[in-house]
Write a new protein. Structure first.
Length: 185
């Protein structure tokens, strides 16, 4: 069982048109590991055959939008712990700098929202790979970390969709099947 926490689950604050402009003008240009912490308790090796749960978190620690240079950067922290009950037997924390090239000037609030919402996915695959390599090298065999998600986003809310479905069902007329010539003979 996995537990995922997102530290940046703020409501949208940027103007949608400005946000969409960042989305259309930002292209990932670089991802770098800038910090790493690995902590394995000795009793974790003995507990290798037990079922553990993951505690997973990610956070946008810092960010910059430099319209003069045409760059947008986010500093992300990812942390994964293996828990036995409440005890953290293994913790890996990685910090990554993700840099985007901007092809046009972008609004700062929209840029920050882009980094918090979309940018957090940029370095996570690298963190998952690092977690797998470090745990394997330490002799602790674990399944891969779960993927992170932002949850579903709807153009229409589920209630609106249900109302549309109910309306469509009430307007639908039953269709009679025709018997084919072969079936009739």
């Amino acid at each position: 069982m996995a537990m995922t926490e997102t530290q940046n689950s703020e409501a949208a604050k940027a103007d949608p048109a400005k946000y969409n402009k960042v989305v259309s003008h930002a292209t990932i240009s670089d991802i770098r590991l800038v910090g790493l912490k690995f902590d394995l308790k000795p009793e974790a090796v003995e507990a290798n055959d037990r079922v553990w749960t993951f505690s997973l978190s990610d956070q946008l620690d810092d960010w910059t939008c430099d319209n003069e240079k045409g760059t947008l950067s986010g500093l992300y922290s990812y942390s994964a712990s293996c828990l036995e009950g409440r005890r953290k037997l293994l913790t890996v924390t990685g910090r990554y700098l993700s840099t985007y090239k901007l092809s046009d000037l972008c609004d700062e609030a929209a840029s920050r929202q882009f980094l918090a919402r979309v940018g957090r996915f940029s370095a996570y695959p690298y963190f998952r790979a690092m977690f797998a390599a470090l745990t394997q090298q330490s002799g602790v065999m674990l399944p891969p970390l779960p993927v992170i998600s932002d949850g579903p986003r709807w153009v229409n809310s589920p209630n609106d969709v249900k109302k549309l479905d109910d309306t469509d069902k009430s307007e639908t007329k039953p269709v009679r099947k025709r018997a084919s010539a072969k079936a009739a003979s």
